[in-house]
Design a protein. Structure first.
Length: 401
């Protein structure tokens, strides 16, 4: 069983150990030491990386035997070896993990929301909370309380004891494991069973920021950043805000108000554009309908209008199709070369199921979409297919008379 040096001191960066075994595994090797400072992936915290005798350690794995397997890219000889942890990565993990303990305890203290899971990622850390709802007030209170504990620079102790002993000492989470357990004790605030790496004092975390929340199936997920990650996030946020302020020509504090005004104006303009596009589509439909009547005669029992626009977008093509469908016994077969949109629509008494024709012709040519008996719409991968599809559709409708 590997002696885990990080259990007693997470600040060990370099150490010496004896290589017990080295076995090949594909193009890598699995190395077991008599002792190690490398932390294996466990409890939501990723593994350490670093070197052994100058050889790269890509992963550390917690084996069922109690050994820690070091995955290296080169073999190591049996005997003594010097190990070195990638310290910036380790310290980042220590900041995030200890911050998680504090944040979870803060949510319990402020609103009695229990943490049900924790994930420490390369860029993002999250906790999942068992909460009926999560609103900005909850976040402000927990964030404020967590940073109070950080700024007070409280000691972080490592405790050992049985489950019963730790329970009597006020441990936050009970465990079913037997034997001696390890717990992390943030002085006069939180005591939690944990085998991970942590800072020695809360002040070493620096700062904790809550970033965003999202609803999960049975919980609320809270994203947070601590330490150097929080500094980088705050710096990035300020730079982005400054860029936005410069582009829209206002002070940073005015950005929300100005953006809201711009969005309101944009929505109003969009409504006006849609209104004008609808009127234009009505005129277009009238023009196409009159041209079709002149070409086929007013007494034609059913009028088929096939037309391909050069530059129309899908929305406009649908508008024209809907406008044409208002004419009795009229069938519209429309497309756009600009975007590959295709629309089939039929008016009252036309006696044609355009959705069925659409299903027969469009998917077979790599297109997609669908609809109802009176209107079907979608797109084709190549605009060159439109003429063939519409011509075939028109021929089938003519043959069905």
């Amino acid at each position: 069983m590997t002696d885990r040096l990080y259990y007693q001191d997470s600040f060990i960066r370099e150490f010496e150990a004896s290589v017990q075994s080295c076995e090949p595994a594909s193009a890598l090797w699995r190395v077991v030491l008599d002792r190690t400072a490398f932390y294996p992936s466990s409890g939501g915290q990723p593994h350490d990386v670093g070197t052994l005798g100058g050889v790269s350690v890509r992963e550390a794995i917690d084996a069922d035997s109690g050994d820690i397997i070091h995955v290296t890219d080169q073999p190591l000889a049996i005997g003594m070896v010097a190990g070195a942890i990638d310290w910036p990565r380790r310290f980042d993990h220590m900041q995030q993990h200890t911050a998680q303990h504090i944040l979870s305890a803060a949510f319990i203290e402020t609103d009695k929301f229990e943490t049900v899971s924790f994930h420490l990622g390369r860029e993002v850390s999250t906790i999942d909370l068992a909460a009926p709802a999560l609103v900005p007030r909850h976040l402000r209170l927990a964030e404020r309380r967590a940073n109070e504990i950080i700024f007070e620079d409280r000691p972080v102790h490592i405790r050992y004891g049985t489950a019963a002993e730790l329970q009597a000492q006020g441990i936050r989470k009970t465990v079913a494991r037997e034997g001696i357990l390890r717990a992390i004790d943030i002085e006069n605030f939180d005591r939690q069973p944990c085998g991970g790496t942590h800072v020695q004092r809360t002040g070493q975390i620096g700062l904790l920021l809550l970033r965003k929340i999202e609803k999960q199936k049975q919980a609320w997920r809270v994203e947070f950043a601590a330490g150097y990650r929080a500094l980088a996030a705050a710096r990035s946020d300020r730079e982005l805000l400054a860029q936005a302020a410069e582009r829209i020509g206002c002070g940073m504090a005015e950005v929300p108000e100005v953006v809201a005004k711009i969005l309101d104006e944009r929505r109003a303009t969009q409504r006006q554009i849609e209104k004008q596009s609808g009127r234009l589509a009505e005129f277009e439909a009238e023009r196409l309908h009159q041209a079709a009547i002149q070409a086929s005669g007013a007494n034609n029992p059913r009028l088929v209008i096939a037309h391909i626009f050069d530059a129309a977008d899908a929305t406009y093509v649908r508008m024209v199709g809907s406008a044409l469908a208002k004419f009795d016994r009229t069938i519209a077969l429309l497309g756009s070369r600009a975007c590959g949109a295709i629309v089939m629509a039929s008016g009252a008494n036309a006696g044609v199921d355009v959705a069925e024709i659409f299903r027969q012709l469009v998917p077979a040519r790599g297109g997609k979409g669908g609809g109802s008996k009176s209107q079907a719409q979608g797109s084709v991968p190549h605009a060159a297919l439109l003429e063939e599809i519409l011509a075939t559709a028109a021929a089938r409708i003519a043959a069905s008379r």
